[in-house]
Design a binder for this molecule. Structure first.
Ligand code: ATP
Length: 472
């Protein structure tokens, strides 16, 4: 079916990143029950059923199912999704007191705490595996174990952080997931209830989260951002008996080096990044003309893996001679192909190179700072954001150009065709995604003069920042 968003690729990416065991469920309420007939592969069970049974048929059997009020077994189920009013025998506590609580007083309290979608608007509901683009969903249900769920929460919190609140009314977990998400518009996490385990076949270790489509996309983006920072599912264990410092992400162990990098001698250290051919070198040159000192991180990274150096030895002993060229230098393409496919190997490679690059980097900074009073040091790091290094610097700058201009400049500079240029760009983090991480964005799609003016303004701000720093 033609849907507003093409979900197939997005669902597959979430499934891969979380290794989900069952299909994410597209959930939709319909004002007109006849619209059920327009949904491809729609099945009506023809016997009374529960909401959790429907969810089970979708996520584990990959069915597309629909129901009207008359198809649903319990008034409680249909009232949660807004298809019917709750009869008095439920409201006065009788129903809940039959099994789940001691008396009708507790039962009324229980009943009142169950969120429900208001009645009057909807007369049917449909559910289907989201991956098939069955319809535009009101919300999406994900079933996952607690480790997968904490990653999903981390992913949702990656940008515009919000604490994840958790609700559990007890039985009727569909109210905590579906109705609460509908009413609050926020991702709603809960524990599948006894009924959902017995009739919906939710597994012992499963949790459920209902999300609006925009939050599903936010979770996907966050999962991909976290993956790039080395956080992924399954979560690999670090041994209880080990010295754990060696297993922390590089960003953790380098935290205490922030002071070493920034120094206390009046220097200002600025990270500068961009994408391929966005103009990093051009902008760096402009800063140098104003008096800045430059450190090229790529050069440092190449220097530490020269044949015979300690990082080179570690790489060869771990990856073997297969990653060497005839002249004994590292075959960067081959090595990057290996670590691109395997995040654990990437972490291993980084554990060989990063500490050495840091040492070189500190050496270079010390040298500049001891030969120059109050230097402003621009560090050109193409992968600043990807390696999550922006926290190391006093300030960060992004040299930005729209992707069409980037493609054009890349084609002209490297004499390649459009398709090739697009392929290179596709493998990089889009510049639009980098803007949120930096203090300054230099727009370099205009004339060189336009860029120079922006560089001049930032230079003045860096000088005034430095004055404040040295006054302290
Ligand atoms: P890479 O990381 O790929 O080495 P880079 O980010 O350092 O690239 P530059 O080499 O500075 O980018 O610029 C890429 C190309 O775009 C160069 O040919 C440069 O002359 C050109 N260029 C840079 N800025 C502008 C501009 N404002 N107007 C026109 N051309 C520009």
């Amino acid at each position: 079916m033609k849907t507003e968003i093409n979900w197939e690729d997005k669902v597959r990416r979430v499934e891969r990143l979380l290794r989900l065991k069952s299909f994410p469920v597209a959930f939709r309420l319909l004002e007109n029950p006849h619209d059920l007939d327009n949904i491809p592969f729609m099945r009506r069970l023809g016997k009374p059923l529960t909401i959790c049974q429907m969810i089970n048929l979708v996520r584990n059997f990959d069915w597309t199912v629909g129901a009207e009020r008359k198809d649903i077994l319990f008034d409680q189920c249909s009232s949660i999704v807004g298809l019917s009013e709750l009869p008095d025998i439920y409201k006065d506590g009788t129903f809940r007191s039959i099994v789940w609580v001691k008396n009708r007083k507790d039962a009324r309290k229980y009943q009142e705490s169950i969120p429900t979608i208001p009645t009057g608007r909807y007369r049917a509901l449909a559910m289907a595996p989201l991956v098939y683009n069955p319809f535009d969903p009101d919300m999406i249900l994900i079933y996952a174990n607690p480790a997968q769920m904490i990653l999903t929460i981390n992913a949702l919190q990656f940008e515009d952080y919000q604490v994840m609140e958790f609700y559990c009314v007890g039985e009727s977990s569909c109210s905590d997931a579906i109705a609460r998400c509908y009413l609050t518009g926020k991702p709603s996490l809960t524990i599948p209830c006894y009924g959902e385990r017995r009739y919906g076949h939710a597994q012992d270790d499963e949790l459920v989260m209902a999300l609006r489509p925009k939050d599903f996309l936010k979770a996907l983006k966050g999962l991909e951002d976290l993956y790039r920072r080395g956080v992924r599912y399954p979560i690999s264990y670090a041994g209880a008996e080990m010295d754990l410092t060696s297993t922390f992400p590089p960003a953790y162990w380098s935290l205490h080096r922030v002071d070493e990098i920034r120094g206390d001698d009046g220097r200002v250290v600025v990270g500068l990044t961009g994408g391929i051919a966005s103009g990093k070198t051009t902008v760096c040159d402009m800063f140098q003309n104003l008096g800045a000192h430059k450190v090229d991180f790529d050069l440092l990274a190449r220097r530490v893996v020269e044949p015979g150096k300690p990082a080179w030895k570690d790489i060869v002993s771990y990856f073997g001679r297969q990653v060497l060229q005839e002249d004994e230098s590292i075959d960067r393409k081959k090595l990057s192909d290996i670590v691109f496919r395997d995040i654990e190997k990437r972490k291993k490679l980084e554990s060989f190179t990063h500490p050495r690059i840091h040492e070189e980097f500190l050496k270079e900074l010390r040298e500049i700072a001891s030969n120059n009073k109050n230097p402003i040091i621009i560090v050109d790091i193409p992968l600043l954001i990807e390696l999550n290094m922006q926290y190391l610097f006093h300030k960060n700058i992004l040299v930005y150009i729209p992707s069409e201009v980037q493609i054009k400049r890349l084609m002209e500079r490297d004499k390649i065709d459009e398709e090739h240029a697009k392929r290179i760009l596709k493998a990089q983090l889009p510049l639009d995604d980098k803007t949120g991480y930096v203090d300054y964005v230099i727009k370099n799609d205009g004339s060189l003069e336009d860029t120079r003016k922006q560089v001049d303004t930032i230079w003045d701000e860096l000088l005034s920042f430095q004055r404040k720093l040295t006054d302290l």
